[in-house]
Design a protein around this ligand. Structure first.
Ligand code: UDP
Length: 240
C-alpha cells in the first residue's frame, strides 16, 4: 500500500482487470477436497488459491493449554514459498502470526465452543497462490471447511475487503491495487447476525470514505455468502 497515486489504477470507472468499482473478482469454491481431515475446502478468488483443512474437536495437548469451559479454535495461516513473486521464506513470520490470531478470533465467535471443553479445533489454511486479499479468501475458505467438517456453528464467517485507489472507493482490491492504492479494509462478518468479527485498515481514509468502504465490504461479503450457501447446498445434495 504505497499510496502512489501516479499509477493509473482506474480509468473512466474501469479498473486494471476490467472490473467496475463495486465488482468482486471471480470466485470458485469446492468442499471436501482432502480425504484425511474431517473437513476441507478450496477457494479460488481471482488469482488467489487457498485450501483449508479442519481437524477436531480433539483433546488439546499439552493439557495446560486446555480451556475447561470451551474448545480452543486454532488457526494456522501459511503462505507457500511459491505463492508469491519473490519466494516466501518457509515458516511463520510476523504477518502470518497476526493473520492466524485475528482469524482464530473471528471463527471462535461462531463455533459452538462451549459444546467441546478441553478440546482444540485445528484449522490449517495454505495459500498456494497469493494475489492480494488472501486473509479474506483464507477465512472464507476456513469457514467452509468447518461446515464441511460438521463442526457446530451459530453462523458462518465470510470476509471481503474494500479500499481506496486513485481516490475511488472500490471493492476487493487486486494485487496492483493493493500495492499502489491508498487504503485496504479487510472485513469479516457473520452473515446471519451481521456482526463484524474482523476489521483492519491499511492506509488512510476520511470518516466518510471509511464508512463507504465498510458498507461496500459488507455488501461484497454478503455476495460471497450467497456463493457459500450454493456450495454448501450442492455438497449436501451430493452426500444424499
Ligand atoms: N505478499 C507477498 N509476500 C509476502 C506477503 C504478501 O508477495 O510475504 C503479497 C501477496 O500477493 C498478498 C499481498 O501481498 O496477497 C497483500 O498482502 P497483505 O499483507 O495485504 O495481505 P492480504 O491482502 O493477502 O490479506
Amino acid at each position: 500500500m504505497s499510496g502512489n497515486t501516479d499509477m493509473k489504477l482506474i480509468k473512466n470507472g474501469v479498473r486494471l482487470d476490467g472490473r467496475k468499482p463495486e465488482e468482486l473478482r471471480e470466485i470458485k469454491m469446492e468442499l471436501g477436497v482432502l480425504k484425511r481431515p474431517q473437513g476441507s475446502a478450496y477457494v479460488e478468488w481471482g488469482k488467489n488459491k487457498v485450501i483449508a483443512a479442519v481437524y477436531g474437536p480433539r483433546e488439546l495437548h499439552p493439557k495446560f493449554m486446555q480451556n475447561p469451559t470451551k474448545a480452543v479454535v486454532r488457526y494456522t495461516y501459511n503462505m507457500a514459498p511459491f505463492s508469491v513473486d519473490d519466494r516466501k521464506r518457509p515458516g511463520p513470520d510476523r504477518r502470518s502470526v497476526e493473520i492466524s490470531k485475528i482469524s482464530s478470533e473471528a471463527l471462535t465467535a461462531v463455533v459452538e465452543t462451549e459444546d467441546y471443553p478441553n478440546t482444540v479445533i485445528d484449522v490449517f489454511v495454505e495459500v498456494l497462490q497469493a494475489d492480494a486479499g488472501t486473509r479474506c479468501a483464507a477465512l472464507t475458505c476456513a469457514s467452509l471447511a468447518l461446515a464441511d467438517a460438521g463442526v457446530p456453528m451459530k453462523d458462518m464467517v465470510v470476509a471481503c475487503a474494500a479500499g481506496k485507489i486513485n481516490d475511488h472507493i472500490v471493492l476487493d482490491l487486486g494485487k496492483e491495487e493493493d500495492n499502489f492504492g491508498q487504503a485496504d479494509v479487510p472485513v469479516a462478518i457473520t452473515p446471519l447476525s451481521k456482526d463484524i468479527v474482523l476489521l483492519q485498515m491499511d492506509g488512510k481514509l476520511t470518516r466518510d470514505e471509511y464508512s463507504k468502504a465498510l458498507n461496500l465490504a459488507v455488501d461484497g461479503a454478503m455476495q460471497v455468502y450467497e456463493m457459500m450457501k450454493k456450495t454448501l447446498i450442492g455438497s449436501l445434495n451430493r452426500k444424499e
